[in-house]
Structure formats: C-alpha cells, structure tokens
Write a protein that binds this ligand. Structure first.
Ligand SMILES: [Fe+2]
Ligand SMILES: [Fe+2]
Length: 406
C-alpha cells in the first residue's frame, strides 16, 4: 500500500469537506437569485450547514428536552423494554446457544443467559438454518435500544420508564428457559396476521383499507411450555410426522409469524413518533432505531412465510388443531409466500401514484396507543396488573398527543 493511502481518515474528510464547502460557496455566489436573500442566502453554504448541524448536536447533547420529546422517548423506551423481554424469552429457548451452533455473541450481557431448547431450535431451523443467530441478534438489538433510550433520557436529566415492578409473569418450564419473572407472556398468543395481506396489497389502512390475515393464529403458544408437552429430544425432521414433532413445529411456526407481527408494529410505530419530534437529536434517534425495526420486519416476513410454503406447509398442531396452510396453493397476489417486499400502495392521497412505503404510519393506526392495544390483543400481557395497563396507556396517550414544535 502506498504511504499516502495511510493518511488518517479525519484529515481526508476535512479536506473533502473544505473542497465541497468552497465549491458550494462558489455555486451560491454565482446564483443571482440568491443575491437578494443576503445573509439568508449565505447561510446556505455547505460549511455553514455543517457548522449548524454541529451546533445543534452539541447544544442538544446537553440541553433540556421539551416535554413532548421526553414523552416520545419514554414511549419508545416502553416498547423496547417490552420487546427486550419477549425477545429474551425467544433467545433463551431458540437463540444461539448450546443447541444452536455456539456462534459468538455480540454482547457480553447477553451471553449470560442464552440457553437453548434443542427441539425448539431445530424446529425454528426448519424455517431457516440461521434462525438461532437471527433471534439472538434481534434480541441484542432490542436490549441495545432499551438501554440506549434509558441512558439518553437520563443524560438529559429525565427519568426513564421503569417497568421492573411489573416483572411478575411466569417463565416457560421447558428446558432452556431461565426461571425468572417476565413482563410478557408468549404462551397464549393471538397473532394478528393482517400485516401479511396488508404488505401484499395496494391499499393502505391510513386511507381506510381493512385487512384480514391469510389464516388465523388464536390462543397458541409461541414457545415450548414444558418438557412433557415438547420433549427437548424431539427431532422435527421434514416431513414433519408424529405428535411431538408436529407440536414443536407448530409452536416454532407460530413464533415465526409472531416475530414479524412484533417488528411490523415497530416499523409503523417509529415513523409516527418521529413525525412529532422537535429536537433534531430526538428525531435522529427515532429514525435510526426505527430503521432497524423495519429491517427486522423484512427478515421475519421472509422466515414466517417459510412455514406456509413447501416443504414445511401443512403442519397441524396435535393439541390445538392449528393448521399451517400452503399459501402457494393456489398462489394469489395476497398470499404468495415469496412476495415479501412491500407492494406499492396508496399513500397520502389515492389520487397520487402508488408508492412502496411502510403502512400504517398514522397516529391512529400505528401510533403508541395502537401499539399498546395491538400488543394487548396479541396476548402478550395476559396476567399483567391493572397498574401496568394504566401506566402503558398513560405513556402512550402522552406520546400520541405530542405535536411537533419549531
Ligand atoms: Fe427495538
Ligand atoms: Fe424490534
């Protein structure tokens, strides 16, 4: 490598910035229409813009947040603590661990509690061989979101959300699950599958469309409950046959769809919160975390769909009777399993061309209250106390009520 290539990145960036600044300044000077603007026109130079951004970031790293921005971040923290709790349960049983290949973890904190349920992990791997790694990494992401939001609020002198008093729900008794108290329950879920149809449709719930899922998952476990029901030594090899293999595969399939349900919720929630942010740093946090929720949703949409296509489709839960159909037989616009990228849909106005976007992004359909309601209807909070619902709704109403300031 030539020596000049070893020039530190910082100075290269500085030179590039200076070049850009000088060029942009010349463009600004040449534009006669800007001359009348005077100082306002001069303020458009790239250097000034960069300097302004710097000032905003510096001052906003110590400044007091508005009440509205605090409400947005507190609700985001609520959602991330809830996500962390449910994802941790999935990771203990089906993440990378003794039964899942043992790949390196990205967080030391996380390493402390990965366990592994061999039968569940194998069933998840029927959806995709990399499922344990994806589950582990999604969990790690949620833990990082929650920890960051809490620390950021504290750094601005605000009190972060504390859901610890509500950690009262029981753990799974199956091999791999730690025996600790939980915030959420994954043992009796109603997984709303309307997102599956919604993202394949050209219609948008924010413009009045309503969607039904391609089949129904109601009152189903998404994690193994105990070792009697799902012996950890079960090997659910495809084709899935026999009571124990079908039971654990149905549970893993429900989980596959539940992953996507949770993350599409995050994908819609963050844009609704970001609309309302005033401080540029708060906006940056919401947009940046929100992008990762969308990434998660895209991944899980693909994996869940593998439960309803060949060679896996057709599993029937021997306990609950839940059937995972073959959604490619026949393949329709709204069911075809590999149509996992969002279809362009109505957006803003039906008179405008359809656009491929996250949907919904209205406060009513995708905001904080909608999220609490959707998670509650999902069955995540079965067994939670009235105080938990009261606090959750209070935080949600506060976030949904925020209006962007200038
Ligand atoms: Fe998250
Ligand atoms: Fe998430």
């Amino acid at each position: 490598m030539k020596k000049e290539n070893l020039t530190p990145t910082v100075s290269t960036e500085t030179t590039a910035t200076e070049d850009l600044d000088a060029r942009w300044q010349r463009v600004v000077e040449r534009r006669s229409f800007l001359k009348g603007i005077g100082m306002a026109g001069a303020a458009l130079s790239a250097g000034t813009l960069l300097a302004t951004e710097g000032i905003a970031q510096t001052s906003s790293s110590t400044g007091k947040l508005s009440k509205g921005d605090v409400a947005l971040l507190q609700f985001a923290a609520w959602a991330e603590i809830v996500e962390s709790d449910l994802w941790t349960q999935y990771a203990e049983l089906g993440g990378v661990g003794p039964s899942g290949g043992g790949a390196a973890q990205s967080s030391e904190e996380f390493q402390k509690f990965i366990g592994g349920n061999p039968a569940y992990t194998l069933a998840l791997q029927n959806l995709d061989g990399d499922m344990p790694q994806y589950i582990t990494d999604n969990t790690d992401d949620e833990l990082s979101h929650a920890a960051f939001l809490k620390a950021f609020l504290r750094s601005r002198g605000e009190v972060p959300v504390d859901l610890e008093p509500f950690r009262t729900l029981p753990s799974s008794q199956a091999t791999g699950a730690r025996q600790i108290k939980r915030l959420t329950s994954l043992m009796n879920l109603n997984v709303d599958l309307s997102w599956y149809t919604r993202y394949r449709s050209g219609k948008n719930p924010d413009l009045g469309a309503a969607f039904k899922g391609p089949f129904v998952i109601k009152n189903q476990p998404a994690i193994p409950l105990n070792d009697t029901d799902t012996p950890p030594s079960t090997n659910p090899a495809i084709p899935i046959t026999g009571r124990d293999a079908e039971r654990i595969q149905a549970i893993a399939n429900t989980a596959g769809f539940h992953f996507a349900f949770i993350e599409q919720g995050g994908a819609s929630l963050y844009p609704t919160l970001a609309f309302k942010a005033t401080d540029p740093t708060v906006l940056r946090i919401l947009v940046s975390i929100g992008g990762v929720e969308i990434d998660h949703f895209g991944l899980w949409h693909d994996k869940g769909a593998n439960a309803v296509s060949q060679p896996l489709a057709g599993v029937v839960d021997p306990v609950t009777g839940l059937t995972f159909p073959d959604l490619n037989n026949p393949a329709t616009e709204l069911t075809q399993t590999n149509k996992i990228l969002p279809e362009p849909c109505n957006f803003i106005s039906k008179s405008l061309p359809r656009c491929s976007v996250i949907r919904p992004t209205s406060t009513q359909n995708g905001g904080a209250v909608a999220t609490v309601k959707a998670f509650t209807e999902d069955g995540l909070f079965i067994g939670q106390t009235p105080a938990f619902f009261e606090l959750s709704m209070q935080l949600a109403v506060a976030a949904d009520s925020v209006r962007r300031g200038f």
